[in-house]
Design a protein. Structure first.
Length: 148
């Protein structure tokens, strides 16, 4: 990113969805933050993570206000991934270019970073017990998606 004027960039970090965000479809909050043409938007987390987390924790899906028939649908994940692809195709046709980067940490690297957050007072603010709890689901997150 050298040579890029930071004033031309907007960074958005998507945490746990707010009540307002849950009142909309799963793509709404990122779509609202798309940069205008000529600017660079950086998303720290995206709709892919939302699909992944909800796949591992289906109880979240029940809190999204979806009609029961969608909750019972066996192909909801295939449909959500198709919605993502269709959105990105639409954006491309509209002049938006999307670059995707995936940060993968090994379980050992994640453990090391968690311990650093505990051991270094200047990093304590990054530590959350919920992260430790979520680590129990490591193998669930690593399972390939069954969307075919």
């Amino acid at each position: 990113m050298s040579g890029v004027n930071p004033q031309g960039c907007e960074v958005f970090s998507f945490k746990q969805p707010s009540a307002e965000e849950l009142e909309h479809d799963f793509l709404w909050r990122t779509t609202c933050r798309l940069p205008e043409r000529g600017r660079i938007g950086i998303f720290n987390r995206s709709y892919y993570e939302e699909v992944l987390i909800v796949r591992v924790h289906p109880e979240i899906l029940r809190g999204q206000g979806l009609p029961q028939e969608l909750l019972d649908a066996k192909n909801i994940w295939k449909e959500r991934y198709r919605s993502i692809v269709e959105l990105e195709e639409h954006l491309y046709r509209s002049g938006t270019r999307i670059l995707k980067f995936f940060l993968h940490l090994s379980k050992n690297e994640q453990r090391k970073r968690f311990l650093e957050r505990i051991d270094h007072p200047d990093k304590n603010w990054k530590f959350s017990l919920s992260d430790v709890h979520e680590r129990k689901y490591w193998t669930h997150y690593r399972r390939p998606s069954r969307i075919a």
